[in-house]
Design a binder for this molecule. Structure first.
Ligand code: AMP
Ligand code: ZN
Length: 468
């Protein structure tokens, strides 16, 4: 299995740090509004990466944060006259609804920056002790030049960066030792949320959040760190400088970055009026269409969003779901139970599509080619089945289609879809039962779900579920 590593700028064979396990961290959104369809791209792409690892029987520990303290959140809170916490909580909930609509599996853990401040402070203290950071008037800066490998991910040269940043020092506005230094801790401003620290009240810089949350939930070394390509510099470059200086170890083995989503060939922007939230798209399309659209291109390529391309995605998806429905109908009406010799051969002949699917996914998650393999498989299904086919043959084809589309997060088995809604309803009923102190009913629901292979996990952010 090959992964394009931004660090080496080439495809590398994937070798896990620990056999059979993948530790993966994906930088999550800053929650000050509904997520837009650009934010949806890394969510869909890296959920698919995770699903493919799981298909290959890896145990994936998938951590993705919510940045819930930030200038944009504070600005929005001030505009509405509410607390920053109210804004972030509201949009985390809305984001989770959108993610469910896009069939994104719940992360193993969604840490919140505001709940991890203590860990961030300790990491900053370590950096100061080791000489990688210094404090000036309540602000802590990272001493960028001290980290000899700075620039290794973004392939930037420190002196080029320096010439860009020099103006600040000259103007005297800056108290940094060097214009390349970046902020680890900033002092409190009036009306802003703040936490106590050895450097006075304040809040962490954005980059230290991910270094700390990744370490806390996945360990000092992880397999994959991912996000959109705009995060390569400075965010991920700074994360590397912080984590590697503090921990004395290589931070992540593979750095994956998705390309940008543009709209009608323009950068998405509110002022241009070509800006869509996932919620807006969900009013017009099933979000499965959005997911299918995103996966129709290679994740590293820029992707253009347009009404025509969404229509094309809708039609493509329908070809697959219609074939699945037809197959289901044939299964329910089949007269023959067992496969004939001829069908046995046909089934063996269909494995080439699975091989093509895996070959595409093994090649740096080429979902565009993987979808082509699914289309070929669907064609084969349509042409080798009819009312005379045996139940066994039909069921084998159906199960195979479900296995492949499940990697893409595309639901073709409607029964499965109903099940997901049922699970949510049962979880809600269980929460209500607990509130009413009816613990017997709450336990009964947990057991009922467990019998169906659904495991519940109570977390601070609510109840999470996953398939066993
Ligand atoms: P943000 O909330 O801006 O930190 O973004 C959350 C994630 O969405 C990051 O991984 C970004 O790189 C990604 N992202 C933001 N805009 C786009 C876009 N137009 N296309 C693809 N990814 C994006
Ligand atoms: Zn991050």
């Amino acid at each position: 299995m090959k992964i394009y590593n931004t660090m080496s700028k080439r495809k590398e064979e994937f070798v896990p740090l620990e056999e059979g396990k993948v530790k993966m961290y994906v930088c999550g959104p800053t929650v000050y509004n509904f997520i837009h369809i650009g934010n949806a791209r890394p969510m869909i792409v890296f959920d698919t990466v995770r699903r493919y690892f799981e298909y290959k029987n890896y145990d994936v520990n998938f951590v993705s944060n919510f940045t819930d303290v930030d200038d944009k959140i504070i600005k929005k809170a001030n505009e509405e006259g509410v607390t920053a916490e109210e804004i972030s909580k509201r949009y985390i909930e809305e984001c989770k609804k959108d993610m469910e609509g896009m069939n994104i599996q719940p992360a193993t853990k969604n840490p919140l920056a505001t709940e991890e401040i203590g860990g961030m402070i300790s990491m900053i203290e370590t950096l100061i002790e080791k000489g990688y950071a210094y404090e000036k008037n309540g602000t802590v800066y990272y001493r960028t030049r001290k980290f000899a490998e700075y620039g290794k991910l973004s392939h930037k040269n420190l002196d080029d960066l320096q010439s860009g940043g020099r103006a600040l020092l000259v103007s005297g506005e800056d108290e940094k030792e060097d214009s390349l230094d970046f902020v680890l801790w900033k002092p409190k401003k009036e009306g802003e949320p703040a936490w106590k620290s050895p450097w006075g009240e304040g809040r962490p810089g954005w980059h230290i959040e991910c270094s700390e949350m990744s370490k806390k939930y996945l360990g000092e070394q992880i397999d994959i760190h991912a996000g959109g390509e705009d995060l390569i510099f400075p965010h991920h470059e700074n994360e590397i400088a912080q984590s590697e200086a503090a921990n004395g170890k290589e931070f992540a083995k593979y750095w994956m970055h998705n390309g940008f989503l543009n709209i009608d060939n323009h950068k998405m922007s509110k002022s241009l009026g070509n800006f869509f939230t996932v919620r807006e798209i969900s009013e017009k399309y099933d979000l499965q269409v959005l997911r299918f659209f995103m996966l129709s291109a290679h994740y590293r390529s820029p992707l253009n969003f347009s009404a025509e391309l969404m229509e094309a995605a809708k039609n493509g998806l329908e070809r697959i779901t219609t074939a699945a429905e037809n197959l289901k109908f044939l299964i329910n009406n089949a007269k023959m139970e067992d496969m004939s010799e001829d069908e046995r051969e046909k089934l063996a002949g269909s494995t080439v599509y699975v091989e093509n699917f895996e070959k595409a996914m093994d090649d740096d998650f080429n979902t565009a080619d993987a979808i082509s393999a699914v289309f070929e498989f669907v064609k084969y299904m349509n042409t080798t089945t009819d009312g005379a086919s045996s139940k066994e043959y039909l069921q084998n084809l159906f199960d195979c289609l479900v296995r492949l589309t499940d990697v893409l997060g595309i639901i073709v088995d409607k029964e499965d879809e109903i099940l997901a809604a049922d699970i949510e309803a049962l979880i809600e009923e269980r929460q209500a039962a607990r509130k009413a102190k009816n613990f017997a009913r709450a336990d009964e629901i947990r057991d009922e779900l467990l019998a169906k292979g659904i495991i519940l996990k109570d977390t601070r952010e609510g109840v999470q579920w996953k398939k066993a």
